[in-house]
Design a protein around this ligand. Sequence first.
Ligand code: FMN
Length: 172
Amino acid sequence: MEYTELIRIRESVRNYDPDRSVPSEVMSKILDAGRLALSACNYQPWKFLVISSSEMLKKVRNCYKREWLNNAPHILVIIGFKDQAWTRGYDGYNSLETDIAIAMTHIILAATNEGVGTCWIAAYDPAQLREALKLDENQVIYSITPLGYPKAGYKKSLIKNRKPLEEVVKFL
Ligand SMILES: Cc1cc2nc3c(=O)[nH]c(=O)nc-3n(C[C@H](O)[C@H](O)[C@H](O)COP(=O)(O)O)c2cc1C
């Protein structure tokens, strides 16, 4: 798909077909877009967890209780490793959250390109999710997304409710 079109049609999908899993070759393409993402110093401080088993899906859905999430056949969690991310010498700024946000964005756009729906989710219970995934101290999560095909009849909104360009851009 042409890039400007991809950006225009990407939207948060909250209506999934529970009976349609993402085929492994499509899933690989989507995940590979995350693998190819840029990161500070190219440290790639991440791991992509694709959750598809009913046992694990139940645990993760419990951390963000929304009816619509129950229909998503997969949930992707990006785990970041604190000790693998770049730290700026001047002030200790650590790039982990930024690196992971970029990888997640690559994945979301690649999924859109494959007709697979996503929805960036951050409002889960983080302590519960850490417990469900048995993360250690060094591992963090900033976002998760369902991956799945929108239900038959799902209509894209195609309305971008965004601030006008003049409001968000300044030329100096
Ligand atoms: C950092 C971040 C956190 C978000 N958290 C949630 C969330 O917890 N639940 C949800 O349904 N959508 C969440 N969203 C999706 C936004 O609500 C959505 O991207 C925004 O309203 C614009 O709509 P669009 O994605 O359809 O263009 C989140 C998006 C971002 C970038």
